[in-house]
Design a protein around this ligand. Sequence first.
Ligand code: SF4
Length: 507
Amino acid sequence: MSDKMSDKVTDCCNVNKNFSAKEIEKSAQLKRFSEWMQADVELRTRLSKGEGLTSEQEEWLKKIGVSLDMDEISFLWKHPVEVNAYIMFAIRGRKDELNDEINEIVKKYPLLELWGKYSESRCAFTQILEQWANVQSVHEKFNAWRKRRIASAKSELGYFGMRLGHPSFSFELNSGCSVGCWFCSFATDKLSGTLDYPERRGEVLSIVRQCSEIFGKEVASMALPYYRTEPHDNPHYIDFLKDFENEMGEVLCTSTAAGHDIEWVQKLLDYYQNDRSDQIYYWPRLSILTLDMLKKVHTAFTPMQTKDIELLIQVKDAARPKITGGRILKEQAGLREVEDFSSDDRITLAASVPQGTIACVSGFNINLVTRRIMIFGPCYTSNRWPHGFRVYGEASYNDENDFPEVIRDLAERTMFLSPPKDSVLKFRDDIVFRATQDGFDLATAHQLHHFKGRNRCGPLGQLIAEGVHTYAEISEILHKEHKVNPIILRAAVQQLFDDGLIDEIYM
Ligand code: SF4
């Protein structure tokens, strides 16, 4: 990360300076209450029916450090829709656009305003992550390829795609995962091996260094230390975090579903919180799988101890929707099934189109146990790509000695600066093509792209949509039968390619 970006991250990580001690304490309690409310269906139901808390529930909340006056936070269940809208506008910095009804509610509940300020401050870090998308690689082909993946994610994932940081690497320290979540979007296999870190530490660090040399340190440090794996499965996971930080100067994130192991969570908190002066890291993020796990975490740590880390409530009855991929795959059409795009209904529909994927890496997945490399990027979950990412190429290496050659060769045969002339030229597989009078439209689950210029490019869109002609064949047909100028055609195809609209699965 450049110095300039590091400064911004540091600034962002100092968000607590904008809060008084009392406000921090109240925000921490509000966060805890909202976690409990998301997870506990019984509590949620009682409150939404206006039945108030039972004496046991009151006792429990006190025990886990929530002493807020329920009337002061009743906006959470009395006005959930308006509160949601308020928070969304707050985190996007658009509070001044809110309507009178919502402004009246905010006036009535000072803690709602605090909740908005808290949510906004936590989101500032996400905005910095978005800047990762602008980081350049010294590897020309990877750089161009990654830019196309970023454009593609915006096209097919809409708002969610615009908020991705697009890390370039994910290093997996295990093969498979021991947890087996019922909703696992990656449908990860059972745990079959863990990296013997003490034994292979030299090899791993050499691989990290080589990624930095080939692709640039800034890009190589944008990494995840897990992907389709659970960090907790490797007993030396935190050693890897420390080594990576020493080598690359970057603190990597952690998302874990092992909240039941309080000792391990404490070790992670120590790593992210101790000796870091006034910087705040929002890690580890804990995926809470059951009410019991939440009880354990809430009992072991005070609201102040977990105020900066996210508890992602994944219990079965939680209010938060799951991504319908992997083990719970369900293909959803979104805007692609809308015929009449002039209708106002599309706005409501657009807001209801699901997130589409939890994948975020646009680059390399390196499994350090199986020594497999995969080039992949996020996409809208489908039957063809049930895990929410497309695989562009794969390879195996033997050790750190052949690793650089293998990864260079994989990038060379997967990543192009222009569409290959002898490959079939077709649109991305999530796209629905519609011819129009003066050109064509391309519909994705989240977006509609319009193209004019039939008079200059002839039936270019139609030929690409047929999905059977190579780029060379299309050029010949358009030149010979439709008198299309080859320079104009090349520019039009290059634009479609650079915008990430062309299929790049050449395997
Ligand atoms: S969601 Fe994560 S922890 Fe759960 S099974 Fe999948 S990889 Fe493992």
